[in-house]
Design a binder for this molecule. Structure first.
Ligand code: ZN
Ligand code: ZN
Length: 91
């Protein structure tokens, strides 16, 4: 698994510790965080479950989940381009 400063400090539940939620790989579920964050440790109920859930997850399942998300994003981007083109034409 790729590591970045975000995977080492940020949390998909508690957010980016650098205040960069929009680019944070962990907050945006592009990469899995390496550790529970300090808030996770205080709030063990929700996050213990999250880590337990991930224990049994195979790389194939992760790939499936992400390829679905990527397909969704591609659709949204196409929709955006369509809207931009429409706006340009209306001028
Ligand atoms: Zn972050
Ligand atoms: Zn956390």
């Amino acid at each position: 698994m790729k590591k970045t400063p975000h995977t080492e400090h940020c949390c998909s539940i508690h957010g980016c510790k650098y205040g960069e939620d929009s680019v944070c790989e962990v907050k945006n579920e592009i990469l899995l965080q390496s550790f529970p964050c300090d808030l996770c440790i205080k709030d063990t109920r929700s996050t213990k479950k999250m880590f337990d859930d991930r224990q049994g997850v195979t790389p194939e399942e992760i790939e499936q989940k992400f390829s679905y998300r990527i397909r969704n994003m591609e659709k949204q981007i196409q929709e955006l381009y369509r809207l931009v083109n429409q706006l340009r034409c209306n001028k």
